[in-house]
Design a protein around this ligand. Structure first.
Ligand SMILES: *Cc1c(COP(=O)(O)O)cnc(C)c1O
Length: 368
């Protein structure tokens, strides 16, 4: 019998990952749009050797992410930062293929340093698709991207490409398409002058049922109309549905409802559930046994969700939370000193590999 891996652990399944990667490859083949992985969503480099066969490189939000992309993923290294420091630029100018600026001031400040590589500017088109104000790039007073066309025009001779990141969890092709048409109209003059356009991330085009062919057609006609190379920056879409957080029930308590407590915590291991007030997905959420499943931190609201399970839970039962790849491992932390989930990869050949285990010493060395 195979020994059970000790919980908690994140389990990345390469076969499931491959499903997304094949769709990304399909989009490149049929639209010409290249895809670079947004590392801020997913930086678990143990599976980069698989991902870099289907994607064109990485995009980053910082110097460290860019270094990771350059060293572990290879191919094209793009970087965007809300604000670079002068030191960041010294390294980035050596390892990046494209440096994208968030403001005209920063572009002017660092242009001399980076003009030998491809220079980009982020534009805030003033429209967006997002379910959450917190994550809405065009929210009121947003600092993300240049809002004035005049300002963009003033540096256009220095710019090779522009980035519009205006979606968040958008699985609706029609709204994406309609907004792209609006952007096309508004920025026509600019689009005619640049070599590449990044349409950012936040598009769930790898989801089952997404009209991939229509998506490809739209991207292709946009690209042909302006003679630009289109880039997509999928984060969540690259890794969606490829990972579980596997936990064990440690206790069951009752306060009006039955509450199962697992050896994990949303604040420490799936932080976005707390930030956005959403529930974790549990695969067998269809039976008659009702439970609240909660974390073991001392935060009162450390709750994964409420579920109707097929089987009655007991101490020792395993609970697997689905869709645990994006914005989880990159955000995990040592709150409450709770044991950090290991990272396990199920390789394409079915072999389970524990790629990372965290020990007490990791907790100690995180601070001093
Ligand atoms: C967050 C972000 C992405 C990735 O977003 P997903 O929703 O994970 O696809 C891509 N580009 C930029 C500029 C971002 O800020």
């Amino acid at each position: 019998m195979v020994k059970k891996i000790k919980t908690p652990y994140y389990l990345i399944d390469e076969k499931k990952l491959l499903k997304n990667l094949k769709k990304i490859e399909y989009v490149r083949n049929f639209s010409g749009a290249k895809s670079v992985l947004a590392l801020k969503c997913f930086s678990t480099w143990s599976v980069f050797d698989l991902m870099n066969k289907y994607m064109d490189g990485t995009t980053s939000s910082s110097l460290y992410e860019a270094k990771l992309g350059y060293e572990q993923f290879g191919k094209e290294t793009h970087v965007f930062s809300v604000a670079y420091s002068a030191e960041d630029i010294q390294t980035l100018k050596k390892i990046s293929d494209k440096v994208i600026f968030n403001s005209v001031l920063q572009l002017k400040m660092f242009y001399k340093e980076v003009k030998h590589i491809s220079v980009g500017l982020r534009i805030n088109p003033g429209i967006s698709y997002s379910h959450f104000d917190l994550a809405d790039p065009a929210r009121k007073y947003s600092r993300l991207g240049v809002t004035s066309i005049k300002d963009v025009m003033s540096v256009l001779d220095k710019v090779n490409g522009v980035m519009f990141h205006y979606n968040c969890e958008n699985d609706d092709f029609e709204t994406f398409s309609a907004m792209l048409s609006k952007i096309t109209l508004k920025y026509e003059k600019i689009l005619r002058k640049v070599k590449w356009v990044s349409l950012g991330g936040g598009l769930y085009f790898t989801k089952d049922g997404y009209p991939l062919d229509k998506f490809c057609e739209k991207l292709k006609s946009f690209s042909e109309q302006y003679g630009v190379q289109v880039y997509l920056e999928p984060g969540e879409a690259s890794i969606t549905k490829s990972c579980e957080l596997v936990t064990t029930v440690l206790d069951i308590v009752k306060n009006t409802k039955d509450i199962a407590i697992v050896d994990s915590s949303i604040e420490a291991h799936m932080l976005d559930l707390l930030i956005y007030g959403t529930s974790a997905k549990v695969n067998s959420d269809i039976g008659k046994y009702r439970y609240i499943i909660a974390g073991r931190s001392c935060l009162a609201g450390d709750v994964f969700g409420e579920y109707k399970l097929k089987d009655r839970l007991k101490v020792g039962s395993r609970i697997r939370f689905a869709d645990a790849a994006g914005y989880t491992m990159v955000k995990k932390n040592w709150f409450n000193g709770i044991e950090m989930p290991s990272i396990v990869v199920k390789r394409l050949n079915g072999k389970m590999e524990i790629v990372k285990q965290f020990l007490y010493n990791d907790f100690v060395s995180d601070l001093s």
